[in-house]
Design a protein around this ligand. Sequence first.
Ligand code: SAH
Length: 365
Amino acid sequence: MATALGEKIKSLIEATGPIDIAAYFAMCLGDPEHGYYLRREPFGRAGDFVTAPEVSQLFGEMIGIFMVQAWQACGSPPAVRLVELGPGRGTMMADMLRVIAHLAPQLYAGCSVHLVETSERLVERQVRTLSDHGAKIAWNARHEDVPPGFTLLVANEFFDAIPIRQFVRTGTGFRERLVGIGEDGELAFLIGAATLDGPLPPGSDTCPEGTVFEIAPAREAIMQAVAERLHDDGGVALVIDYGHLVSGLGDTLQALKDHAFDPPLAHPGEADLTSHVDFESLARAAASAGAHVVGATCQGDFLVGLGLLERAGALGAGKDNSTQESIRDAVERLAAPGPGKMGELFKAMAVAGQRVTLAPFRPAD
Ligand code: SAH
Protein backbone atom coordinates (compact mmCIF):
# COMPACT_ATOMS: atom_id res chain seq x y z
CA MET A 1 0.00 0.00 0.00
CA ALA A 2 1.53 3.30 -1.08
CA THR A 3 1.24 6.30 1.22
CA ALA A 4 -0.84 9.33 0.18
CA LEU A 5 2.37 11.02 -0.95
CA GLY A 6 3.43 7.82 -2.75
CA GLU A 7 0.22 7.97 -4.81
CA LYS A 8 0.83 11.63 -5.60
CA ILE A 9 4.42 10.91 -6.72
CA LYS A 10 3.24 7.98 -8.87
CA SER A 11 0.70 10.24 -10.63
CA LEU A 12 3.43 12.78 -11.24
CA ILE A 13 5.74 10.13 -12.70
CA GLU A 14 2.94 8.74 -14.89
CA ALA A 15 2.33 12.23 -16.24
CA THR A 16 5.91 13.47 -16.68
CA GLY A 17 8.29 10.50 -16.43
CA PRO A 18 10.81 9.41 -13.77
CA ILE A 19 12.10 12.05 -11.34
CA ASP A 20 15.60 12.46 -9.92
CA ILE A 21 16.48 11.62 -6.32
CA ALA A 22 16.60 15.31 -5.38
CA ALA A 23 13.00 15.81 -6.53
CA TYR A 24 11.86 12.68 -4.67
CA PHE A 25 13.80 13.72 -1.54
CA ALA A 26 12.37 17.26 -1.64
CA MET A 27 8.79 15.99 -1.98
CA CYS A 28 9.18 13.45 0.84
CA LEU A 29 10.33 16.11 3.29
CA GLY A 30 8.70 19.28 2.00
CA ASP A 31 5.53 18.48 0.05
CA PRO A 32 3.05 21.13 1.28
CA GLU A 33 0.29 18.55 1.75
CA HIS A 34 2.07 15.38 2.85
CA GLY A 35 5.75 16.31 3.50
CA TYR A 36 7.41 14.63 6.48
CA TYR A 37 8.50 17.78 8.34
CA LEU A 38 5.21 19.49 7.71
CA ARG A 39 3.09 16.71 9.17
CA ARG A 40 4.96 14.34 11.45
CA GLU A 41 6.43 14.90 14.89
CA PRO A 42 9.83 13.38 14.12
CA PHE A 43 11.66 13.83 17.41
CA GLY A 44 11.89 11.92 20.65
CA ARG A 45 10.77 8.52 21.82
CA ALA A 46 7.38 8.71 20.14
CA GLY A 47 8.88 10.07 16.91
CA ASP A 48 11.23 8.52 14.39
CA PHE A 49 14.64 9.56 15.72
CA VAL A 50 16.41 11.34 18.59
CA THR A 51 18.82 14.17 17.81
CA ALA A 52 21.73 15.21 20.03
CA PRO A 53 20.00 18.23 21.63
CA GLU A 54 17.13 15.92 22.60
CA VAL A 55 19.55 13.43 24.21
CA SER A 56 20.80 15.94 26.78
CA GLN A 57 21.04 19.64 27.60
CA LEU A 58 24.82 19.08 27.64
CA PHE A 59 24.91 19.18 23.85
CA GLY A 60 23.38 22.66 23.46
CA GLU A 61 25.46 23.87 26.39
CA MET A 62 28.70 22.83 24.66
CA ILE A 63 27.57 24.61 21.48
CA GLY A 64 26.83 27.69 23.57
CA ILE A 65 30.36 27.58 25.00
CA PHE A 66 31.77 27.25 21.49
CA MET A 67 29.78 30.30 20.34
CA VAL A 68 30.99 32.43 23.27
CA GLN A 69 34.55 31.49 22.36
CA ALA A 70 33.92 32.30 18.67
CA TRP A 71 32.45 35.68 19.60
CA GLN A 72 35.46 36.53 21.77
CA ALA A 73 37.93 35.34 19.11
CA CYS A 74 36.28 37.74 16.65
CA GLY A 75 36.77 40.70 19.01
CA SER A 76 33.44 40.56 20.93
CA PRO A 77 31.40 42.73 18.50
CA PRO A 78 28.44 44.46 20.21
CA ALA A 79 25.76 43.39 17.71
CA VAL A 80 25.43 39.73 16.72
CA ARG A 81 23.03 37.71 14.60
CA LEU A 82 22.77 34.32 16.28
CA VAL A 83 21.37 32.10 13.53
CA GLU A 84 20.21 28.48 13.61
CA LEU A 85 19.29 26.52 10.48
CA GLY A 86 16.62 23.85 11.06
CA PRO A 87 16.06 24.27 14.84
CA GLY A 88 13.68 21.32 15.30
CA ARG A 89 11.95 21.78 18.65
CA GLY A 90 14.16 24.74 19.64
CA THR A 91 15.82 22.73 22.40
CA MET A 92 19.41 23.40 21.37
CA MET A 93 18.87 27.16 21.08
CA ALA A 94 17.26 27.22 24.55
CA ASP A 95 20.28 25.40 26.04
CA MET A 96 22.72 27.63 24.14
CA LEU A 97 21.00 30.84 25.27
CA ARG A 98 21.05 29.78 28.92
CA VAL A 99 24.83 29.27 28.75
CA ILE A 100 25.43 32.42 26.72
CA ALA A 101 23.41 34.55 29.17
CA HIS A 102 25.44 33.10 32.03
CA LEU A 103 28.94 33.22 30.51
CA ALA A 104 28.69 36.27 28.29
CA PRO A 105 25.82 38.58 29.34
CA GLN A 106 27.02 41.19 26.85
CA LEU A 107 26.70 38.73 23.98
CA TYR A 108 23.23 37.75 25.19
CA ALA A 109 22.19 41.39 25.40
CA GLY A 110 23.61 42.28 21.98
CA CYS A 111 22.38 39.32 19.98
CA SER A 112 19.23 38.88 17.94
CA VAL A 113 18.29 35.24 17.32
CA HIS A 114 17.16 34.13 13.85
CA LEU A 115 15.64 30.70 13.42
CA VAL A 116 15.50 29.48 9.83
CA GLU A 117 12.68 26.98 9.59
CA THR A 118 10.32 25.86 6.82
CA SER A 119 7.85 23.86 8.90
CA GLU A 120 5.09 26.00 10.43
CA ARG A 121 4.29 23.19 12.84
CA LEU A 122 7.87 23.23 14.15
CA VAL A 123 7.88 27.04 14.32
CA GLU A 124 4.94 26.79 16.74
CA ARG A 125 6.94 24.31 18.81
CA GLN A 126 9.98 26.62 18.81
CA VAL A 127 7.85 29.59 19.89
CA ARG A 128 6.79 27.59 22.96
CA THR A 129 10.30 26.35 23.80
CA LEU A 130 11.82 29.82 23.55
CA SER A 131 9.01 31.86 25.13
CA ASP A 132 11.36 33.16 27.89
CA HIS A 133 13.39 35.10 25.34
CA GLY A 134 10.50 37.17 23.96
CA ALA A 135 11.22 39.61 21.17
CA LYS A 136 14.86 38.49 20.88
CA ILE A 137 13.79 35.66 18.59
CA ALA A 138 12.76 36.07 14.95
CA TRP A 139 11.82 33.44 12.35
CA ASN A 140 12.85 33.36 8.71
CA ALA A 141 11.79 30.77 6.16
CA ARG A 142 15.07 31.10 4.25
CA HIS A 143 18.64 31.88 5.21
CA GLU A 144 18.72 34.71 2.61
CA ASP A 145 16.00 36.50 4.61
CA VAL A 146 18.18 36.83 7.72
CA PRO A 147 19.34 40.48 7.85
CA PRO A 148 23.07 41.10 7.27
CA GLY A 149 25.57 41.64 10.10
CA PHE A 150 28.20 39.78 12.12
CA THR A 151 26.88 36.23 12.45
CA LEU A 152 27.30 33.20 14.69
CA LEU A 153 25.51 30.35 12.93
CA VAL A 154 24.83 26.75 13.88
CA ALA A 155 23.19 23.89 12.00
CA ASN A 156 22.72 20.50 13.67
CA GLU A 157 21.24 17.71 11.54
CA PHE A 158 20.12 20.30 8.98
CA PHE A 159 22.28 19.55 5.94
CA ASP A 160 21.34 15.85 5.96
CA ALA A 161 17.76 16.94 5.24
CA ILE A 162 18.68 18.90 2.10
CA PRO A 163 18.24 16.83 -1.09
CA ILE A 164 21.06 15.08 -2.95
CA ARG A 165 21.42 13.54 -6.41
CA GLN A 166 22.79 10.05 -6.99
CA PHE A 167 24.76 8.58 -9.89
CA VAL A 168 25.31 4.87 -10.49
CA ARG A 169 28.35 3.30 -12.14
CA THR A 170 27.23 1.45 -15.30
CA GLY A 171 29.04 -0.08 -18.27
CA THR A 172 28.81 3.36 -19.88
CA GLY A 173 30.02 5.53 -16.98
CA PHE A 174 28.13 7.11 -14.07
CA ARG A 175 24.45 7.70 -14.86
CA GLU A 176 21.83 9.44 -12.79
CA ARG A 177 19.66 7.32 -10.50
CA LEU A 178 15.97 8.12 -10.85
CA VAL A 179 12.69 7.14 -9.22
CA GLY A 180 10.14 5.61 -11.59
CA ILE A 181 7.45 2.95 -11.42
CA GLY A 182 8.45 -0.75 -11.38
CA GLU A 183 6.68 -3.72 -12.93
CA ASP A 184 4.67 -4.23 -9.75
CA GLY A 185 3.25 -0.72 -10.07
CA GLU A 186 5.21 0.57 -7.05
CA LEU A 187 7.97 3.17 -6.89
CA ALA A 188 11.32 1.75 -8.05
CA PHE A 189 14.88 2.98 -8.69
CA LEU A 190 15.85 3.27 -12.37
CA ILE A 191 18.96 4.38 -14.18
CA GLY A 192 18.50 7.45 -16.35
CA ALA A 193 20.46 8.89 -19.24
CA ALA A 194 22.12 11.88 -17.55
CA THR A 195 25.84 11.51 -16.95
CA LEU A 196 28.05 13.23 -14.40
CA ASP A 197 30.23 16.18 -15.43
CA GLY A 198 32.01 17.09 -12.20
CA PRO A 199 35.09 15.53 -10.62
CA LEU A 200 34.82 11.97 -9.24
CA PRO A 201 36.46 10.72 -6.03
CA PRO A 202 39.40 8.28 -6.03
CA GLY A 203 38.45 4.72 -6.93
CA SER A 204 35.58 5.72 -9.20
CA ASP A 205 37.16 4.18 -12.33
CA THR A 206 37.80 0.80 -10.69
CA CYS A 207 34.63 0.42 -8.57
CA PRO A 208 32.10 -2.27 -9.57
CA GLU A 209 29.01 -1.52 -11.62
CA GLY A 210 26.17 -0.48 -9.36
CA THR A 211 28.42 1.66 -7.12
CA VAL A 212 26.70 4.92 -6.18
CA PHE A 213 28.22 8.40 -6.05
CA GLU A 214 26.30 11.24 -4.44
CA ILE A 215 26.45 14.95 -5.12
CA ALA A 216 24.67 17.67 -3.17
CA PRO A 217 24.50 20.91 -5.15
CA ALA A 218 21.67 22.22 -2.95
CA ARG A 219 23.76 21.72 0.23
CA GLU A 220 26.77 23.37 -1.38
CA ALA A 221 24.64 26.34 -2.45
CA ILE A 222 23.47 26.90 1.14
CA MET A 223 27.01 26.56 2.50
CA GLN A 224 28.24 29.01 -0.12
CA ALA A 225 25.55 31.55 0.78
CA VAL A 226 26.43 31.21 4.49
CA ALA A 227 30.15 31.57 3.71
CA GLU A 228 29.58 34.69 1.58
CA ARG A 229 27.83 36.33 4.53
CA LEU A 230 30.68 35.38 6.85
CA HIS A 231 33.20 36.73 4.38
CA ASP A 232 31.32 40.05 4.00
CA ASP A 233 30.16 40.68 7.58
CA GLY A 234 32.41 38.46 9.74
CA GLY A 235 31.45 35.56 11.95
CA VAL A 236 31.63 31.82 12.45
CA ALA A 237 29.41 28.93 11.32
CA LEU A 238 29.36 25.51 12.98
CA VAL A 239 27.90 22.55 11.07
CA ILE A 240 27.24 19.24 12.84
CA ASP A 241 25.86 16.19 11.11
CA TYR A 242 26.46 12.55 10.35
CA GLY A 243 28.70 12.00 7.41
CA HIS A 244 32.30 11.84 6.24
CA LEU A 245 35.18 14.28 6.35
CA VAL A 246 36.53 13.08 2.99
CA SER A 247 34.41 12.62 -0.17
CA GLY A 248 33.86 8.99 -1.15
CA LEU A 249 31.70 6.54 -3.02
CA GLY A 250 28.62 4.79 -1.62
CA ASP A 251 24.85 4.95 -1.28
CA THR A 252 23.92 6.74 1.97
CA LEU A 253 20.28 7.57 1.21
CA GLN A 254 18.34 6.37 4.23
CA ALA A 255 14.82 6.45 5.57
CA LEU A 256 14.00 6.18 9.28
CA LYS A 257 10.59 5.33 10.67
CA ASP A 258 9.82 4.51 14.31
CA HIS A 259 13.55 4.37 15.18
CA ALA A 260 14.33 1.73 12.50
CA PHE A 261 15.70 1.90 8.96
CA ASP A 262 13.01 1.68 6.29
CA PRO A 263 13.54 1.20 2.51
CA PRO A 264 13.79 4.77 1.08
CA LEU A 265 10.92 4.28 -1.39
CA ALA A 266 8.59 2.41 1.01
CA HIS A 267 6.81 5.19 2.93
CA PRO A 268 7.27 8.57 1.24
CA GLY A 269 6.16 11.37 3.58
CA GLU A 270 5.83 9.03 6.56
CA ALA A 271 9.51 8.23 7.09
CA ASP A 272 12.36 10.70 7.55
CA LEU A 273 14.60 10.73 4.47
CA THR A 274 18.22 11.86 4.73
CA SER A 275 21.71 11.10 3.52
CA HIS A 276 25.18 11.42 4.97
CA VAL A 277 26.86 14.80 4.65
CA ASP A 278 30.04 15.12 2.61
CA PHE A 279 32.00 17.64 4.70
CA GLU A 280 34.80 17.88 2.13
CA SER A 281 32.37 19.23 -0.46
CA LEU A 282 30.91 21.68 2.10
CA ALA A 283 34.41 22.85 3.02
CA ARG A 284 35.20 23.40 -0.66
CA ALA A 285 31.97 25.37 -1.12
CA ALA A 286 32.79 27.55 1.91
CA ALA A 287 36.34 28.20 0.73
CA SER A 288 35.14 29.08 -2.78
CA ALA A 289 33.03 31.85 -1.22
CA GLY A 290 36.02 33.29 0.64
CA ALA A 291 35.51 31.76 4.09
CA HIS A 292 38.23 29.97 6.07
CA VAL A 293 37.81 26.44 7.34
CA VAL A 294 38.66 26.58 11.05
CA GLY A 295 38.66 22.80 11.39
CA ALA A 296 36.64 19.60 11.23
CA THR A 297 36.62 16.62 13.55
CA CYS A 298 34.29 13.95 14.93
CA GLN A 299 31.58 14.91 17.42
CA GLY A 300 33.14 12.97 20.29
CA ASP A 301 36.46 14.81 20.06
CA PHE A 302 34.65 18.10 19.53
CA LEU A 303 32.46 17.78 22.64
CA VAL A 304 35.13 16.31 24.91
CA GLY A 305 37.57 19.00 23.73
CA LEU A 306 35.06 21.67 24.77
CA GLY A 307 34.76 20.24 28.29
CA LEU A 308 31.82 17.83 28.03
CA LEU A 309 33.13 15.52 30.75
CA GLU A 310 33.78 18.33 33.23
CA ARG A 311 30.34 19.85 32.60
CA ALA A 312 28.70 16.42 32.97
CA GLY A 313 30.50 15.97 36.29
CA ALA A 314 29.26 19.34 37.54
CA LEU A 315 25.72 18.58 36.39
CA GLY A 316 25.70 15.26 38.23
CA ALA A 317 27.37 16.48 41.45
CA GLY A 318 25.17 15.92 44.48
CA LYS A 319 22.43 14.23 42.41
CA ASP A 320 20.99 10.77 43.07
CA ASN A 321 22.38 7.64 41.43
CA SER A 322 19.77 7.33 38.72
CA THR A 323 20.25 10.96 37.62
CA GLN A 324 24.01 10.45 37.54
CA GLU A 325 23.56 7.30 35.51
CA SER A 326 21.33 9.01 32.98
CA ILE A 327 23.95 11.76 32.60
CA ARG A 328 26.63 9.11 32.03
CA ASP A 329 24.40 7.43 29.41
CA ALA A 330 23.87 10.72 27.63
CA VAL A 331 27.61 11.46 27.54
CA GLU A 332 28.22 8.00 26.10
CA ARG A 333 25.51 8.41 23.45
CA LEU A 334 26.78 11.84 22.41
CA ALA A 335 30.52 11.25 22.46
CA ALA A 336 31.43 7.55 22.36
CA PRO A 337 32.27 5.70 19.12
CA GLY A 338 30.42 2.62 17.87
CA PRO A 339 26.97 1.62 16.65
CA GLY A 340 24.01 3.60 17.96
CA LYS A 341 26.33 6.30 19.35
CA MET A 342 27.09 9.68 17.85
CA GLY A 343 30.72 10.30 18.79
CA GLU A 344 32.36 8.99 15.64
CA LEU A 345 29.65 8.97 12.97
CA PHE A 346 28.81 12.64 13.54
CA LYS A 347 31.26 15.33 12.52
CA ALA A 348 31.64 18.99 13.47
CA MET A 349 33.11 21.59 11.11
CA ALA A 350 33.61 25.31 11.72
CA VAL A 351 34.13 27.94 9.04
CA ALA A 352 34.80 31.64 9.62
CA GLY A 353 34.87 34.91 7.73
CA GLN A 354 38.31 35.69 9.18
CA ARG A 355 41.31 33.61 10.18
CA VAL A 356 40.66 32.46 13.75
CA THR A 357 41.74 29.54 15.88
CA LEU A 358 38.94 27.98 17.91
CA ALA A 359 39.29 25.14 20.40
CA PRO A 360 39.09 22.23 20.13
CA PHE A 361 40.07 22.53 16.45
CA ARG A 362 43.77 22.68 15.77
CA PRO A 363 44.87 25.12 13.05
CA ALA A 364 45.99 22.21 10.84
CA ASP A 365 42.73 20.21 11.17
N1 SAH B 1 18.47 20.78 14.62
C1 SAH B 1 17.34 20.05 15.19
C2 SAH B 1 16.40 19.47 14.14
C3 SAH B 1 16.99 18.59 13.08
S1 SAH B 1 15.79 18.00 11.94
C4 SAH B 1 17.85 18.98 16.14
O1 SAH B 1 19.04 18.72 16.11
O2 SAH B 1 17.05 18.44 16.90
C5 SAH B 1 15.90 19.12 10.57
C6 SAH B 1 15.31 20.47 10.79
O3 SAH B 1 15.51 21.24 9.60
C7 SAH B 1 13.81 20.52 11.06
O4 SAH B 1 13.56 21.60 11.95
C8 SAH B 1 13.25 20.82 9.67
O5 SAH B 1 11.95 21.33 9.69
C9 SAH B 1 14.27 21.80 9.16
N2 SAH B 1 14.39 21.93 7.72
C10 SAH B 1 14.44 20.95 6.80
N3 SAH B 1 14.62 21.46 5.56
C11 SAH B 1 14.72 22.79 5.71
C12 SAH B 1 14.95 23.88 4.82
N4 SAH B 1 15.12 23.69 3.52
N5 SAH B 1 15.02 25.13 5.33
C13 SAH B 1 14.86 25.34 6.66
N6 SAH B 1 14.65 24.34 7.56
C14 SAH B 1 14.58 23.10 7.09
